[in-house]
Design a protein around this ligand. Sequence first.
Ligand SMILES: CC(C)(COP(=O)(O)OP(=O)(O)OC[C@H]1O[C@@H](n2cnc3c(N)ncnc32)[C@H](O)[C@@H]1OP(=O)(O)O)[C@@H](O)C(=O)NCCC(=O)NCCS
Length: 170
Amino acid sequence: MTDPRPSFRTDRLSGEPIVAAHAAELAPVLADPEVHRFLNGEPETESELRDRFERLESGWSPDRTQRWWKWIVRRHDGTAIGFVEATIEPTMFYVGYVLGTEHHRQGYGREMTAAVIELVVDRFPVEYCLIEMDVDHVASIALAESLGARRVDTVTGEDGHREHVYRIDR
Ligand SMILES: CC(C)(COP(=O)(O)OP(=O)(O)OC[C@H]1O[C@@H](n2cnc3c(N)ncnc32)[C@H](O)[C@@H]1OP(=O)(O)O)[C@@H](O)C(=O)NCCC(=O)NCCS
């Protein structure tokens, strides 16, 4: 069956729909605990990543109410630098982004996230995009703002930690 998930390409990067086989490439990139400071949890093993990526190959959430699209992102020299993801509902979508530490602060986060926002907006009648991050996550806030997102809410999760919600309208 052909994979319905699209790829993308930018000046410096390419995004390929994630599959189980990408776990070996991404495990070392995501192994640094610093990458996970504001993510929930610790680095996953290669085999945990493989299981998770395999479940994403369908492109859908288990209840099929959301498209769960995730891309491995590589520089044009082939180096894997991280992933970007979109959770797509009928009228809106969320984006998320994770890069290996050595690839931060080079504009890659903005480049790959802008490409995914454009791709989703081109394909679906979504009205807006949300980005959520810990209130102390300076880098993620700066990235969202650099994409033109504006803060629309701050919420407290079940575990007590606070998150900002940023929004970009179509
Ligand atoms: C969040 C993350 C993806 C940012 O990616 P990045 O490639 O470093 O960001 P970019 O280089 O594209 O920078 C985008 C903007 O944010 C700013 N920025 C990035 N990191 C910053 C930091 N640590 N402090 C202040 N500003 C920062 C950049 O200066 C740039 O702003 P500008 O447009 O005004 O120049 C990256 O830090 C990361 O992967 N962190 C670990 C995983 C994670 O926490 N993901 C997000 C979960 S919500």
